[in-house]
Write a protein that binds this ligand. Structure first.
Ligand code: PLP
Length: 430
């Protein structure tokens, strides 16, 4: 399938007149339609709730759109909790699925009404110490170990993952928590990442539902919710078939009726913590070709770099690229598309066939709406870009400004050198 940007060249030219490249652009229409489709796919479950994984796209203005569809926030750090509180999350709207958690974060998560999802059995003591008691509603993260397979395909390797409790531990944790006053239990597992198949959630649901039935029977703990977490992927490559959220919702419903309903657990709420699926396709990185280099290979240098999008450098991830205005031209040039970091892995594409690129051409790097801007860092002193939201009516707004040196040097603001370093900022960054 041909991947088409959600924005036209004309619109991008209008946006770049106001906001210079590079920037991340988000598609409000796409975000809304997808959030609505998720809600509908799980409408059969009375308590269904998506807790958006804040780490994927920590922009308050984007998460507020999801809130209109009933979404809460999944957090795993102090700042993610702070952001979630600031956008109006109330009791029960925050899932705190952290690991290796500092005491102060447990305390704050509980204080603002978050549900604590324990990554480990030893965290029972840690929460008691941090909070002073065991909250009535509490969740435990499960890791069955081994490999997670669909037919003969290995999807992921939970046995190698640092997260979650073993089967034995989760039974013991439930008994301990119950004895310490917990009343409403949840279970959680994240067994495979970026799955592009409609079978992942239903298969995970089967594992979790069967575990829930056993846990409730053997420990007497009341299970109120089962959290299928994240892991529903997106088609980064043009040859991949996108997931169909309706088929996924229906698949989970079937297993629910087969396993939970006969066990008298037909009131259990289904929770999700999707990140990539909620935002990934509805963001792109817009960058401009600024150099061409003909050496042992053909290079196109752009004004974005791995600081703006780390996935290709970090995992060799594929991100589709459209050269705007040249969609119908033959892809007869073989390029490496590079950023400016002094790191040879700072390449958005290696050996990619694209149309002939001219200096000044705008490139759209697809599917950067999740784990894109968010993973950014400041290597080489490069600054993070702005984020812009394209509304349904074609208007657009900046929803995060670009960094300037003042931001980069902010942690020197208590030192004498600070003002000296910034002497030229106003002149250089208008
Ligand atoms: C990262 C993460 C998610 C979101 O994962 P996606 O692949 O973006 O859907 C959800 N829950 C937890 C605990 C995570 O760490």
């Amino acid at each position: 399938m041909k991947k088409k940007p959600f924005v036209t060249l004309e619109k991008l030219q209008e946006i770049t007149e106001k906001y210079p490249t590079p920037f991340h652009l988000y598609d409000e229409k796409g975000i809304r339609e997808n959030a609505k489709a998720l809600k509908e796919a799980f409408a059969w479950n009375k308590g269904f709730k998506e807790f958006f994984a804040v780490k994927a796209t920590p922009n308050p203005y984007l998460i507020q759109i999801l809130q209109e569809y009933g979404c809460g926030c999944d957090c795993s750090s102090m700042t993610e909790l702070m952001l979630s509180k600031a956008i109006g999350c109330k009791k029960g709207d925050i899932m705190f699925s952290s690991n290796d958690t500092p005491e102060a974060e447990f305390r704050y998560a509980n204080e603002i009404g978050g549900i604590i999802n324990l990554d480990d059995i030893t965290h029972i003591k840690a929460v008691e110490k941090a909070v002073g008691y065991i909250p009535k509603t509490i969740s435990c993260r499960y890791n069955p170990g081994g490999v997670f397979k669909i037919s003969n395909d290995i999807m992921d390797n939970p046995g190698d993952a640092k997260y979650g409790m073993t089967t034995e531990q989760i039974f013991e944790a439930f008994r301990t928590l119950k004895a310490k006053g917990a009343e409403n239990f949840g279970i959680h597992a994240f067994l495979a990442s970026n799955t592009v198949t409609n079978e992942y959630y239903p298969m995970l649901a089967k594992v979790m539902f069967e575990l829930a039935v056993k846990l409730q029977k053997e420990t007497g703990a009341h299970i109120g919710f089962i959290n299928l977490s994240g892991g529903i992927g997106i088609p980064y490559r043009p040859d991949q078939t996108p997931n169909d959220i309706r088929v996924i919702g229906e698949g989970v419903r079937k297993v629910y009726e087969e396993v939970l309903v006969p066990a008298g657990m037909g009131d259990v709420a289904i929770y999700t913590e999707l990140g990539r699926f909620m935002m990934g396709p509805y963001g792109c990185l817009v960058t401009k070709a600024i150099h061409e280099k003909h050496t042992h290979k053909e290079y196109i240098g752009v004004d974005a770099c791995a600081v703006n999008l780390m996935r290709p450098a970090m995992y060799g991830a594929y991100h589709h690229i459209t050269v705007m205005g040249k969609e119908d031209q033959p892809c007869d040039r073989l390029y490496d598309i590079t950023g400016s970091l002094c790191e040879n892995n700072d390449k958005f594409a290696i050996d990619r066939y694209l149309p002939k690129i001219d200096m000044g051409d705008l490139l759209v790097i697809h599917d950067t709406g999740a784990h894109g801007f968010a993973m950014g860092y400041n290597y080489n002193g490069k600054l993070k870009s702005a984020e812009i939201l394209l509304h349904e009516d074609g208007t657009f707004d900046m929803i995060r400004r670009a960094e300037t040196p003042r931001d980069y040097f902010a942690t020197f603001d208590c030192f004498p050198i600070y003002e000296k370093i910034l002497e030229d900022e106003d002149r250089l960054y208008k």
